[in-house]
Each structure stands twice: as structure tokens, then as C-alpha cells.
Design a protein. Structure first.
Lengths: 539, 319
């Protein structure tokens, strides 16, 4: 998933960095308690204040798609399953077990008993059905949740604690989808509200925290749910959460977030960019990072374009990109150069680093072979036409423009002229749909390899105009298998085909970077690189 | 006098209508609409069904011809109904009404600070007989006008919040939370007041009536404040009318830097989300505040200088 559009001019960030680094270097050491607080024993109580950069204007987990707001609303709802961030394995949460039909069209969940929502109502199979029946009605307002349930035939109540979801076609991704915040289970009363009401008033969930107050563009306040006793099987603490209260403050200016954390006005902050790292180093702060699973930042190449129809041209583009240089220059410290079309935190990721090595000589010879010869101005030409590429991009992340400008220079070095075209966020999808473009800068966060099928199957949107072929077979087969080993093989095959045929030019992995005060413990990333605050404590 | 007031009211209504119409046309001309904005989280929107988008668009009336939309919206807007925000579903008027008090606090405090600091600077700079001090003071306003507001805000927050811990860096809490944002917003405003007031004070001090007053034995301070300042304040008052518009515009930046709730933040969010009803509400509302302030100032002129109404009526005769 992409973050919300960042509309501030980039010179803000630069100036803020300048100001904060110069002043903050001399400004630490005023907080009373020493740095040697150590780990100690976990204790209950306290308030965690978390500064995020934006407000999605909505506090319904089923509708929210922006990380800054997912951090808070995720804590309100539980999901049927959870996903182990280390192994990618799906484990019990509200469902204590499940059965999947051999053709992966039918999923039967056996619910835990004794779970209640914060309005007192009980979790039953009917409530789950109500949720899954309502999600498609969110339509364009809840694209993530709706996408996970697309192709659903029916949800039926087998008995009060057993619910069966049937799809028209094999749909292996659905199991992982039930672990996401988007398919978090809300009470029947919440489900009956209109999407707009759910957005502004919030929802009732069964999660470890309850929504207390939402002030738009200002703050989201959550309180501990008393009597909570049905946490995910991954959590270390049984029962209620440690923290009494969570306050998420919206602080749009990155420099102010960093300074507020450094000066102890908040306990944690989201979206720490490269510019603010220096300011946060060495104080009472640790930087927490994890690569987002899913499709890495890269160029989706439109394979139906005359020049890009030739696989050699696409492969040359892949070889001409110095990924490490882009990761080191533009992105936060620790960002990894892409080693596949999937990030290394995605289940069934395969390391294809040799295929993605930077090799300008190889790029040049591939272009020579394809008949594109170097012209007088350094740009290659063939039959009088220049080898030029327009890259469409949207300003949804501050790193996009500098990354693309560097990429532009790298491609220029092998004779490919690149024009960067900035689109409004709203224009991107229609542009991709129309097919009238050369390349687009993209990334998608999803902790299931089926995201490859959404992006590259010729049977779905097929934004990149991938020709039908053996890739389709691999993508369809992985969606239809319940055998983990077999699925891994098929997903590996799909990654190889995408990278070797160069339908997508992977560049760098998106990394989530949080700044966290040293007095905050066990603030952990979940499998989607968002956060889980049940186990978090302050000491 | 009544004719003058009616005429000014009619002008005010004209300005409001123009603001509404221009913003409608600009928003209509922009590519995309709030529904696609809402439905697209960038690349993830691949799976959105065009039919669902069409249904949403129908629900909000964006599928109607532009002129029909314009007429409908205008008809409702005249009755004070700007519809519901597309992004949040809340009525535009109540969104604005909720944000208004915070912004009024901020701009009110900033204006007060600006008048006191800017006015004070102008009076002292023109009163002092020390040449170097006058030069120094008079060089401050151009500086204040030219430094970017967000930079001033970041410097202040760095010094007084992160280092000295005197004020919070963000939020709307009480007077302490108001101090830094109001000061930030007061810098460019106060600087402009100082520039105009100092210039007109210097002009006024050269006038014959000042000489007369001095000749009659009035003290220097009394001449400066009672005689010169009163006459010199008219241009400054005109400038304040214009500055109110700047203050509201400046609140977009200041409220973002200091994470304050208010009209500025609402505006920034509405523009980003292409929330057409909300943006229109903001534009008309901003125009309303601007027009009202200037109307009030126009009506105050005659109290300061009785010649003004006569002049206006004479001008009206030519129009």
C-alpha cells in the first residue's frame, strides 16, 4: 500500500532537516532519567503518545488504507487469523482453526468462544457473515477489503461458531487476507452503519483497545479494553494490553515530529525520513525499521509499447539501474536494493540478486543487439526514432522524485532518454487502465505473494500489458494450491519469469521507519510492517 | 450614509458570488474528481470497479452537466448549505464552524500582536532622534516580510519548544499552545503594518498642522501620538483590512507547522483530497471574512476622518 500523498514542497523537508540537525545536535540531554533504564520487567499502565504525519479522515479499519491511520485503528479490531512476521505463517486469532478445500475455493473458520465486542455483543458466525457480506458494499470506499473478498460467492453460517466462505474461483490469498486490518471483524451494530458513519464515528470491535475520541486532523485516542482475553496466538502477553491509553497526534511536519520525539513531547513517531535520521541519532531514541512486504518500488514497464515490446530493451533497463546507489542516496538508512519483484519480507520471496545486478556494459550490448544505436546527442536511435521513455509517477512519497531523478541519470548513461511526468494521485489508475503510457513508478504493500497475480496476471487489470504466457499458468496455479511447498515453488517461478522477462524493473524495497523513545518497549512490527501495541509497555 | 452602506453590501455580495464562481470553475477544470481521489490509494486502486465509482459519483451528483451542478450548488449555497464533505461525509458548514473558533483565536491573537509590535516599532522608529536606532528599526520590517512563515515557525518551535521546553510544539491546548503560532503569523503581518505606519507617520510629521501644533507648544510625544498618529493610521487601517486575508491564508502554513486544528488545516486537507464541496465552502467562507472585515473598516473610516463619506458619494456619482 502506498502512503498518503505528501503535498508539502520538498524544500520544507530540506529546511527542516537543516534547522533540526544544526540545533538538535546541541540540544539533548535534558530529560531526567538516564539512558540505562534497560529492559526491566514489563509493567502495566501509562499512556503512549504517538505522532503520525497524516489523518485519513476516517477511523474505520475496513476503509482506511493509509499507514498513519492503520497504526491506530488496527488496535480496535481483531482478525480471524494473524500472520507471523518472521515466517509469514498464518496462525490462530479469533478463529482457533480453519479448513481449506483442496481447490482453495472454500474456507471454513472455527471461531473461538467467549469473545465479545466492546458493546457487549458476542462474536458469532453470523457477525462474521454480516461483516463479509457488508465489505463488498463498501465498494470504492474500502478498496483493500473489497479486493480481498472479490469473487466471493457466499458466506454461510454452519453453526453458531463456524462460518464458511466460498469463492467462485481458487483464492489462496484469502487466508492471509483474513489476518489484515482490512478484514478486521466489527460488531453487527457497526456493520449496519453507513460507510460514512463508520468513518466519522468509528466502529466497535473486539480488539485490545477501544476508540475513545476522534478529532479530525488532530488526534485519535484509544483506551485499554478491560477483560480482553482473546489475543492473537503470536502475542507474548495473555489477556489485557499493558498500556492504559494510546494517543495518536497528527503532526504533519516531519521536523516537528522528530523534535517532539527528541524533546520527550511524544513517545514514538511515524515516517522518519533520511533527513531526520541525524537529528534522532544518539538521544533517547531508537529507530525501528522493517521492509514492507509486497511489490518493491520499481518501474512497471508497458510491454505493449513499440520500444518496450522487445524484451532486450526491457532487460537493458533492468541492468542499467544501479539500485544500491539509489537506496543509499535517497532512501532512509537500511533500505535494501531490490533483489526480486517481491520484498524480502514477503512470504515465498526468492532471491534473484544475480538477475538484478547493475551492469551498464550488459545494458549497452543488449541495446546494441536490439538495433538501438548511439546517436550524436548520446541518446540511442533506431530507424530515426529516439529511445525515450516517459515515467509516470505520483507524489505519494517524498522519496519518489529524487529516486526517479537519479534513475533518469542512470538510464541516460546507457543512452535511454527519460522524461518524468508527475501525475495527480487520482490520475494514476486511469492512466494505467488506459494503457497509454510507457512506464509507471509503483509499489504495493501486501504480505502475500498473490499480489503478483493482481499486478501481472493477464486475466485481471493487467496494467503493464504483459503478454499471455507461462507466467499466467504459474500465477493461477499458486492461487489454487493449499500445499505451502508447492505454492512456494510456483511463486518462485513467477518471480523468475517476471524478472527475467523484465515486465517490471525492481529498484528498492520500501522500508517503514519509526522513531521510538527508549523507554518504550516491545513496540513490534506485524507481518505487513505496521504495528501491534498489545504487548507494548512503558518503563 | 445609508446609500453608502447599501452600495458596499451589494459590492460584498458581488465579491462572494465571484469567489464562488471562480472556485467552481477552477475545481471543475482540474483533472480527476473527489470520488476517484477517494477510491484510489495510488496503485492499489487496480481492483476498483468502474461501476462502483460511477455509483458514488451519481450519489454526490458529479455526473450531472457542469451548469446544472453549478446552478444546484449555488442555489443551496445561497441558503447557507454547501452540502457534505466528500472525504468525511460531514456537512461542510459544520466542519467549517468547528474549525473557525481555533482559527479566529490564532488570527485574532496574531493580529493583536502584529498591531502592537508593528505599530510600536513604527512609533518608536519615527520618534527616536537617534539615527542609528531609527535605521536599525526601519530595517526590520522588510526582513519580517521576506522570511518565509514556515521557516520562522520552525525556528521558534526549535528554540522555545525543543530546547527551552517553554511551549508545546503542536496542538491547540490553551494560551501556551497559542503563543508560538500566533507569534509566527504576526511576524509578516506586523512587519507590513510597521512599514506602512512608519512611512505615513514620517509623511504626517512633515505636514503643516504638526508645525502648528508644535508652535502652539504641544510636547513632542503629544504631537507624535495625538496629531500625527491619528492621521497616519488611516493607511495602516486599510492595510489591516487586506492583511486579514493574508492571515487566513497564512493559517494554512502555520496550522500545518504547529499541527493546530483550524480552517487552514481543513483547507489543506480539502485541497489534497479534491474535496470539492469543502474547498468551495472554504473559499466562500474566506471571502466572507475578508469582505466583512473590509466592510467594517470602510465604515470605521468616517469616524476617523469625516471627509471620507463625502468623497465616496462623489465617486459613486461618476460610476
Amino acid at each position: 500500500m502506498t502512503t498518503l500523498p505528501d503535498f508539502r514542497p520538498s524544500r520544507w523537508a530540506a529546511l527542516t532537516a537543516l534547522v533540526t540537525t544544526s540545533v538538535l545536535l546541541t540540544a539533548c540531554g535534558s530529560s531526567g532519567d538516564g539512558s540505562g533504564s534497560g529492559s526491566g520487567r514489563a509493567k502495566s499502565g501509562g499512556t503512549l503518545t504517538f505522532a503520525v504525519g497524516s489523518d485519513a479522515g476516517c477511523v474505520d479499519p475496513q476503509q482506511v488504507a493509509s499507514n498513519d491511520t492503520i497504526y491506530s485503528v488496527r488496535q480496535i479490531v481483531d482478525s480471524l487469523t494473524d500472520q507471523d512476521p518472521r515466517t509469514g505463517k498464518i496462525v490462530p486469532w479469533l478463529a482457533k482453526s480453519w479448513d481449506i478445500s483442496s481447490d482453495t475455493t472454500t474456507f471454513t473458520f472455527h471461531l473461538r468462544s467467549g469473545v465479545t465486542f466492546s458493546d457487549g455483543s458476542k462474536l458469532t458466525a453470523q457477525v462474521v457473515k454480516d461483516n463479509f457480506d457488508a465489505v463488498p458494499r463498501l465498494g470504492a470506499l474500502g478498496t483493500l477489503a473489497e479486493g480481498y473478498l472479490s469473487g466471493v460467492k457466499s458466506t454461510t453460517v454452519v453453526d453458531p461458531l463456524t462460518v464458511k466462505v466460498t469463492f467462485k474461483e481458487p483464492n489462496a490469498q484469502f487466508l492471509q487476507a483474513t489476518s489484515t486490518h482490512s478484514l478486521g471483524i466489527e460488531s453487527s451494530a457497526s456493520v449496519r452503519k453507513t460507510p460514512q458513519q463508520k468513518c466519522s464515528d468509528g466502529v466497535t470491535g473486539s480488539g485490545p483497545f477501544v476508540l475513545k475520541q476522534y478529532v479530525q486532523n488532530q488526534s485519535i485516542t484509544l483506551a485499554k479494553r478491560g477483560g480482553y482475553a482473546w489475543g492473537s496466538s503470536l502475542w507474548r502477553k495473555q489477556g489485557e494490553a499493558y498500556l492504559d491509553k494510546l494517543v495518536f497526534k497528527v503532526v504533519p511536519e516531519a521536523g516537528v515530529r522528530a523534535g517532539s520525539l527528541q524533546s520527550g513531547q511524544v513517545d514514538a513517531i511515524s515516517s522518519v525520513g533520511k533527513a531526520n535520521e541525524a537529528a534522532l541519532k544518539g538521544g533517547q531514541v531508537t529507530l525501528r525499521r522493517r521492509a514492507n512486504p509486497g511489490i518493491v518500488f520499481g518501474l512497471g514497464l508497458n510491454s505493449s509499447r513499440p520500444a518496450l515490446k522487445d524484451a532486450r530493451v526491457r532487460q537493458a533497463i533492468l541492468s542499467a539501474i544501479d539500485r544500491q546507489q539509489i537506496a543509499d542516496t535517497v532512501f532512509p538508512t537500511g533500505t535494501k536494493a531490490a533483489t526480486s519483484v517481491l520484498a524480502h519480507t514477503t512470504p515465498d520471496y526468492t532471491n534473484l540478486a544475480p538477475d538484478l545486478a547493475f551492469d551498464a556494459t550488459k545494458a549497452k550490448s543488449l541495446l546494441d543487439e536490439a538495433g538501438w544505436n548511439t546517436g550524436s546527442d548520446g541518446t540511442r536511435t533506431k530507424n530515426g526514432r529516439k529511445l525515450s521513455l516517459t515515467i509516470n509517477w505520483i507524489p505519494n512519497s517524498a522519496t519518489n522524485q529524487p529516486a526517479l531523478e537519479l534513475l533518469q541519470q542512470q538510464l541516460k548513461a546507457v543512452g535511454v532518454a527519460v522524461t518524468l511526468k508527475q501525475l495527480q494521485v487520482t490520475q494514476l489508475a486511469p492512466t494505467l487502465q488506459s494503457g497509454d503510457y510507457d512506464a509507471a513508478w509503483a509499489n504495493i504493500t501486501r504480505a502475500d505473494p498473490d499480489i503478483l497475480r493482481s499486478s501481472f496476471s493477464t486475466k485481471l487489470a493487467n496494467f503493464y500489458r504483459v503478454p499471455a504466457g507461462s507466467l499466467d499458468a504459474a500465477l493461477s496455479a499458486q492461487a489454487a494450491t493449499t500445499d505451502p511447498a508447492k505454492r512456494e515453488q510456483l511463486v518462485a517461478r513467477a518471480q523468475q519469469l517476471i524478472v527475467q522477462s523484465a515486465y517490471y524493473a525492481p529498484v528498492v524495497e520500501l522500508q517503514t521507519q519509526l522513531g521510538v523513545s527508549k523507554k518504550v518497549h516491545d513496540l513490534n512490527f506485524d507481518a505487513s510492517s505496521r504495528i501491534q501495541l498489545h504487548d507494548t509497555w512503558i518503563g | 450614509m445609508r446609500r453608502y452602506v447599501i452600495k458596499r453590501l451589494a459590492q460584498a455580495a458581488g465579491v462572494l458570488w465571484a469567489a464562488y464562481t471562480v472556485s467552481f470553475l477552477v475545481l471543475d477544470y482540474l483533472p480527476g474528481d473527489p470520488v476517484t481521489a477517494m477510491a484510489s490509494a495510488g496503485m492499489d486502486s487496480g481492483q476498483v470497479d468502474p461501476e462502483q465509482i460511477a455509483a458514488l459519483r451519481h450519489e454526490y451528483g458529479f455526473d450531472k452537466p457542469v451548469l446544472v451542478q453549478y446552478a444546484e450548488y449555488l442555489g443551496r449555497a445561497v441558503r447557507g448549505d454547501f452540502g457534505d464533505s466528500v472525504a468525511t461525509g460531514r456537512p461542510v458548514t459544520s466542519t467549517l464552524a468547528d474549525a473557525l473558533p481555533q482559527t479566529l483565536q490564532l488570527t485574532g491573537a496574531a493580529l493583536l500582536l502584529a498591531v502592537v509590535l508593528g505599530g510600536g516599532l513604527a512609533v518608536v522608529a519615527t520618534y527616536t532622534s537617534k539615527r542609528w536606532l531609527r535605521q536599525l528599526l526601519l530595517s526590520l520590517p522588510p526582513l519580517g516580510v521576506s522570511v518565509p512563515t514556515f521557516w520562522v515557525g520552525l525556528l521558534l518551535v526549535e528554540a522555545f519548544s525543543f530546547r527551552l521546553h517553554w511551549f508545546p510544539a503542536f496542538g491547540n491546548d490553551g494560551l501556551r499552545g497559542l503563543a508560538l503560532p500566533a507569534l509566527t503569523l504576526a511576524v509578516p503581518t506586523g512587519a507590513q503594518i510597521a512599514q506602512v505606519l512608519a512611512k505615513s507617520l514620517l509623511t504626517a510629521l512633515d505636514q503643516a498642522y504638526v508645525e502648528t501644533a508644535r508652535a502652539k507648544g504641544a510636547g513632542r510625544w503629544r504631537v507624535h501620538l495625538r496629531h500625527a498618529l491619528r492621521n497616519a493610521s488611516l493607511p495602516a487601517l486599510t492595510v489591516i483590512g487586506l492583511l486579514v486575508g493574508q492571515l487566513i491564508a497564512g493559517s494554512v502554513v502555520v496550522e500545518t507547522v504547529f499541527s493546530r486544528d483550524g480552517l487552514g488545516r481543513v483547507t489543506a486537507a480539502a485541497v489534497t483530497a479534491q474535496d470539492i464541496p469543502l474547498v468551495q465552502g472554504v473559499v466562500v467562507f474566506g471571502a466572507l471574512i475578508f469582505v466583512t472585515t473590509n466592510l467594517v473598516i470602510d465604515l470605521v473610516y468616517p469616524l476617523l476622518d469625516p471627509r471620507i463619506v463625502v468623497a465616496s458619494d462623489r465617486r459613486a456619482g461618476f460610476a
